[in-house]
Write a protein that binds this ligand. Structure first.
Ligand code: ADP
Ligand code: MG
Length: 662
């Protein structure tokens, strides 16, 4: 299948080929990102007005938005005593009653525009049922007798997003004319949809602007959204096909020679979720195409053990492995664990981070036995070579961009790729953002874990909370205490910072040792602090969200997060994932004085559930996909009609339609 040939479509002509778009208007349209006829046709209305019949002014009810049609019988500017502030007010009459309309900031053009005798459509709502009936800042549209009168009244009309200098009426006329001239050129895409279920694309474009009934709008939107998802899936899947055609897999299935002793020494039995994921990975790594797999598992689900087993498969097969982590702390932790596990198996583990470089020290290329490289993005650096690379593992993938992941992959000759993430990606995003990867899910936590209880409290409760922490520490446990900032910012003194709170915490927990961890502390210091915390020489760790990823100290059972409203929901869940890793019961206390309902709703979700999937979906609904997309290719996600929160079904349909085509 060839790339769709967009350039020859008549719809790709400049918007100027629509009658009424001159140089000036073309500039205004450009401000709305409308450059071509197609952009104009696909400019989604922001709302609709049913102008099949107008409500008599007499029948207006408070708080109910409505459109009325009336003539101006009086208008004028009202000045206030002091200053230059002026209000513009005009009075409409529709034959049933009078309606006052006012704008708090009179504009110079208003007296001419709202001239006595002119007729307008007015969209707004009454604030109360007092007389005179009044709309404040209504949207209005001049009724001009003319050819295109039927475009603007006696039907359901669209109101599009506008820009200054472009009225709703003009925009509507332009879209109408574009439809009249180009409707027959709106082609069905290469991938045919079932037209018994969906309207034809050309019909959908008309319906989305000029629906017969309001219920048509959603049908049309779905059709246009589906087209967007099909285009997106086409991109994703053709990239993948191209990759598979050019890539030959290295045989990395392994022979269990190292795996067996490793599992024997591990100290626990893999969960059945871990085992079944490993089966999928083994099939991939022994297969004909290089593995491209995303491993999703909630915090604490045991992804590291899966990574270790996957690494052993490649190592058994005689290939080197690279494991990349997003922070030095996490890279160090992996380095320590993997060294402990692998060195008795005769596998060397090397660390490569910004502050610890192994390159140059060792003539790596000459080695006989395979090596595991562990590191941060320092692994990506140009001078650092990764010879005979069989497998690339990226931990906490959501902290990296796709480009970084691919840079690492390109250091080898089509190595297998395993990316791991603890951010459960809502399926809509998974299918688009990670559409070029196969997905495995670890949907089970290892047994023998204490429960995690979560509470939301205000700052007045802090003394009690610290009392509680003292009690837990006295009982032998450890605590994390997290703040949003490193330093107090002048602009926002209410947001607490670790450097300032550190002393307060020391005072509150006197008799115990408190450590401090944030991004500006030197790596050696960080390492030392982490080592002491792991050994319980430090009982409480004051930290920024730096510790959000990967840190694994099972004896830590208390997580206190201040200014909790300053963290994202997914982030809070990650932070909370640092506790509940051992047999003891754990406690997460979120401190927030935030008054607004959204912030409280978010924190309540955390208190209600530990299920990362539910939390991610809630986060997506509350905040939109931007946050989750993060540094990913959000550019590819410019959807006009599709919705990454709601359209799971459409995305699935698009995916299978495109898959059939290949
Ligand atoms: P994550 O998926 O968040 O990376 P980790 O790999 O850090 O989780 O594992 C969390 C903790 O669970 C670690 O202490 C690890 O040793 C332990 N663990 C992993 N798998 C099992 C298992 N099957 N049984 C018991 N404990 C396990
Ligand atoms: Mg991990």
């Amino acid at each position: 299948m060839s790339e769709p040939e967009k350039s020859i479509s008549p719809l790709a002509q400049p918007a100027g080929s629509v009658w009424g778009v001159g140089e000036e208007r073309a500039k205004l349209l450009a401000r709305l990102n409308i450059f071509t006829v197609e952009d104009l046709l696909l400019h989604p209305p922001r709302r609709y007005e049913d102008r099949r019949k107008f409500l008599p002014v007499r029948d207006l009810k408070p708080a109910e938005a409505a459109t009325v049609r009336g003539k101006i019988i009086a208008a004028g500017i009202k000045r206030f005593k002091k200053g230059t502030r002026a209000m513009f007010e005009c009075v409409f009459d529709d034959g049933t009653a009078r309606l006052h309309c006012r704008w708090w900031q009179a504009q110079p053009w208003m007296p001419d525009w709202y001239a006595v005798g002119r007729e307008f459509l007015i969209y707004g709502k009454l604030e109360d049922d007092k007389k005179p009936r009044t709309f404040t800042h209504p949207e209005t549209e001049l009724v001009e007798p003319g050819d295109d009168e039927f475009v603007h009244v006696n039907r359901i009309v669209p109101v599009h997003p506008l820009t200054e200098g472009l009225t709703a009426r003009v925009m509507r006329s332009l879209v109408w004319r574009a439809l009249e001239k180009f409707e027959t050129q709106i082609a069905e895409p290469d991938i045919k949809l079932d037209l018994k279920i969906f309207p034809a694309r050309a019909n959908a474009v008309r319906m989305v602007h000029f629906p017969e009934e309001l219920t048509d709008v959603e049908i049309a939107r779905q059709r246009l959204a589906l087209d967007e998802f099909v285009a997106l899936q086409f991109q994703i899947q053709s990239r993948r096909k191209k990759f598979e055609a050019s890539a030959k897999a290295l045989p990395c299935g392994g022979d269990n020679r190292l795996m067996k002793p490793f599992l024997g020494e591990l100290g626990f039995k893999l969960t059945s979720a871990q085992t079944s994921v490993l089966k999928e990975i083994r099939a991939d790594m022994g297969g004909v195409h290089p593995m491209r797999r995303l491993l999703q598992g909630d915090v604490g689900s045991g992804k590291t053990a899966v990574a270790a087993c996957s690494a052993l498969m490649a190592l058994e097969s005689g290939f080197n492995v690279a494991l990349m982590a997003p922070t030095e702390i996490l890279a160090e932790q992996h380095f320590r664990n993997f060294s402990r596990w692998f060195e008795s198996l005769g596998i060397q583990v090397l660390l490569q981070t910004g502050s610890r470089k192994t390159s140059g020290e060792l003539p790596i290329a000459n080695r006989q036995s395979p090596i595991l490289f562990v590191g941060t993005h320092a692994l990506l650096s140009g001078g650092f070579e990764l010879p005979r690379l069989g497998l690339v593992i990226v931990d906490e993938q959501h902290k990296f961009g796709v480009a970084q992941r691919e840079t690492l992959v390109r250091k080898g000759n089509y190595p297998h790729l395993l990316v791991m993430t603890a951010t459960p990606i809502p399926r809509t995003l998974g299918l688009t953002l990670y559409g070029d990867l196969d997905v495995s899910v670890i949907d089970e936590l290892p047994g023998g874990r204490g429960a995690v209880k979560t509470f939301v409290r205000t700052t007045v409760k802090l003394p009690k909370v610290f009392e509680f922490i003292r009690e837990k520490i006295s009982g032998g446990r450890q605590a994390y205490i997290v703040y949003p900032r490193v330093d107090v910012a002048d602009t926002d003194k209410d947001i607490k910072a670790v450097t300032k709170e550190f002393e307060n915490v020391q005072r509150a927990l006197n008799g115990f040792k408190v450590g401090l961890l944030h991004g500006r502390i030197k790596p050696v210091e960080k390492e030392k602090t982490m080592a002491e915390f792991r050994a319980n020489k430090i009982q409480a760790l004051v930290a920024t969200s730096l510790i959000e990823v990967g840190v694994d100290v099972p004896n830590a059972t208390v997580m206190l997060i201040e200014n909790a409203e300053h963290f994202g929901l997914a982030q809070l869940h990650q932070l909370r994932g640092r506790i509940g890793r051992g047999a003891h019961e754990s406690f997460c206390i979120l401190i927030s004085d935030a008054q607004n309902a959204e912030a409280q709703a978010r924190l309540d979700i955390l208190a209600e559930t530990n299920d990362g999937f539910k939390i991610a979906e809630a986060d997506l609904k509350l905040r939109g996909p931007g946050e989750l997309l993060g540094q990913q290719q959000s550019g590819a996600m410019k959807l006009r009609f599709g919705n990454l929160v709601e359209d799971l079904n459409l995305i699935r349909q698009a995916r299978s339609l495109v898959a059939k085509k290949f």
